[in-house]
Write a protein that binds this ligand. Sequence first.
Ligand code: ADP
Ligand code: MG
Ligand code: MG
Length: 900
Amino acid sequence: MASKTAKKQVYLFPQGNKDMKDLLGGKGANLAEMSNLGLPVPPGFTITTEACMQFLKQKRMPAGVMDGVRAAMKQVEKETGKGFGDPKNPLLVSVRSGAKMSMPGMMDTILNLGLNDQTLQGMIKLTRNERFAYDAYRRFIMMFSSVALHLERSNFDKMMDAMKKKRGVKQDTELTAADLKALVAQFKAFFKAKMKRDFPTDPMEQLETAITAVFGSWNIKRAVDYRNQYHIPHDLGTAVNVQTMVFGNMGNDSGTGVAFTRDVATGEKMTYGEFLMNAQGEDVVAGVRTPIKIAKMKTQSPRIYKEFVTLATRIEKHYRDAMDIEFTIERGTLYILQCRVGKRTARAAVRIAVEMVGEKLISKAEAVMRVEPDQINQLLLPDFDPKEKERAEKEGRLLAKGLNASPGAASGAAVFTADKAAELGLGGEGRAVVLVRPETTPDDVHGMFASKGILTARGGATSHAAVVARGLGLPCVAGCEAIRVDEEKGRLSADGKVLKEGEAISIDGATGEVFAGLIPTIEPNLTKEKELTTLLGWADKIRRLEVWANADYPRDAIRARSFGAQGIGLCRTEHMFMETERLPIVQRMILAKTSEERTKALDELLPFQRSDFIGVLKAMDGLPVVIRLIDPPLHEFLPNHDELLVEVTELECRSPKSPKLKKARAMLAEVEGMREMNPMLGLRGCRLSIVMPEIVEMQTRAIIEAACECEKKKVDVHVKIMIPLVGHINELRLIRQRLEPVAKRVMKEKGVKVDYKFGTMIEIPRAALTADEVATEAEFFSFGTNDLTQTCFGFSRDDAEGKFLLKYVEDKILPDNPFQTLDQKGVGKLMETAVKLGRKTRPKLELGICGEHGGDPRSVEFCHRLGLDYVSCSPFRVPIARLAAAQAVVQDKVAKSDSR
Ligand code: ADP
Ligand code: MG
Ligand code: MG
């Protein structure tokens, strides 16, 4: 048990500093820092977060706190020359909550505490302003009653409104001293009726009540909900700041405001903000009167403006960051009441970081740390023009809201089939189209390519539409249940409205919103993002990890390269099988009864695959390309079982003798024969290649032929053939033994030597645990962390995310969705083991990750610490990963110097 005297519970401002946020809260720590800088901060003190937590545990004011408060108050009285409760020269204070991070739900500020009928007289005499004094008094009674004692504020507002009506005035400021005096009496009477006691007159009692209320506000529902949502611990507590009042409502040489040292939206260096003449703090927030822009102050009160800019610059220089500053002017004297690091948009964050390096305020490494990697996504995706979006909202064009499946905004003509999209969209007539489907399947991919965005009525964040859209960097709203799609008639209905084919529709994949009509978008352009390119350039110099991209098509590869990818970490070959003209050949190949039949179909597929690979290899000239051999179970290339069953049943009734029925029956039999209870754990990956080696032999031939042809054209090729789903060394050995001769044979035929390697995915726990053996046959490892997570947890991702995983995260059974952020303890342990064992066998073993985690900043940091050579992610996340990889290095250095 802590002894009563051991812990200091109350700190005068000069006793703290900005690094004491845990104990003094953000507001208190910065008030302390500014006091020590000699800035004009009204004197005061802070009661610690520890005292708050103690209060919440004991459910009463902890011993010693009020003694500390009284002692601190003595000091403040000394410094201000005023007395708390002294009728001749009264000290009034504000009571302000302040947790470590700013948090909505915490208690509102109480101003003018210390007023009673006696001190009021003192105020009147001192200021010779009766109106001002009564205004302060009525505010205090109202705030104290509503904020600290939870009497509905609206009761007081009603009395105010009635008074204004009676006097025939609109503004609070038009009420006279006598009006306000009458209101004070009414407020007190109301208080007495409700609380069955007089309004407290003892200032110290007022203060204790207010402190108690701030402590208690830590646990009100709104605050608890907020902390849950943002993963903020519940045991931090809030500090309480008690501070001498200064008055912005003393006339037209007084006022109050908030300013930012740089423009929050653009990051431009300028004093930016708003202020209100003749007002107290709460008026700005309440929006009773419209504040004016700080820039206006320049002409209205140039002296104060200059003083403010000087102070703001000093604060910014001291904190070396863009700051958010609250200030009040009392009769021409400026006071600073709060400062904190200002919140900003992604664009502003980047610009501020880069410009502060130019101003020699921060180092390049610091600049790299100043931007959240996930934030820069915003700069790389199209976004609605904010004014146009606002207009659409005002015009009531918001149709529905679905799942925000892939960020970015898109606007264009609605089309309801993939073929129509291909006809009208990119590669066709070149119009902007948005593909609207009940849901998408691999058959729709060509239409998705041609579209600006995808909207589906069904399916979640891992539906086909969502996954493909994210890979392509296309905006996507999925699972928008409120819309009904009628593809036959070519229209959709939602919210009582109907949109026909060709009519404009707009979707925001970051928010899930769907609008009728066109909303112009602002297109991103990395090369035009000068500041971002500069910042990423610094990141590149710092980071050790390489950043590669997952790209299946040449156009993805080109884009990935333009985003700074240093290789392709995963080129999936099966998407190529799905395309309309190829699928029938693929099906023939699968259904073949003899090896010759199969080989014949494969011979037809070979030129397709070869030309795909040539495209990708050319695009990546000089850089490594990892091509994964076929991975999914074959049934994915055949018609859906249930749909076939329906077709057969229908045909049996309608035309039992038709040849169509015969064909459908045969297909059904095939599909049934291939059915698996659990395809995820069934015949796929290397297992399939062992049972049916012809496919991977063809693929290897296509890869090496493509490589030879590229080499002939002076393209610098480094190709790596990746064998998926290996669990046992013998699987890998067997396949490699079959494929190595194919590669050699092709090179001999073509008379060209190419740089190629064979390696494997590590995505089955057994492979990770026996990585020393696996490495004898694998020249590289790539962690397939999606499957590795599935097999490590024993989750099937689609079932888990649909049924229980989100609940797991909500109820904190798991800290995060392990498919989004790598589970470092479990899956990470497998990776660590594989790294260690693999490098034991083969010290130069090349190691990478190609799961979706490769683009998740926290997972990137982990990969850095594991010592991987590269991370590979979606092209659109390449810049994010570049930044995250650099941050990992900087953090590493900080951690190392801390432990020294
Ligand atoms: P929040 O945490 O919501 O920003 P604050 O504690 O900063 O609340 O208080 C809100 C406003 O109240 C301040 O911006 C300031 O205008 C006013 N205020 C607080 N304390 C004082 C004070 N001692 N003198 C004058 N105004 C104050
Ligand atoms: Mg504030
Ligand atoms: Mg896999």
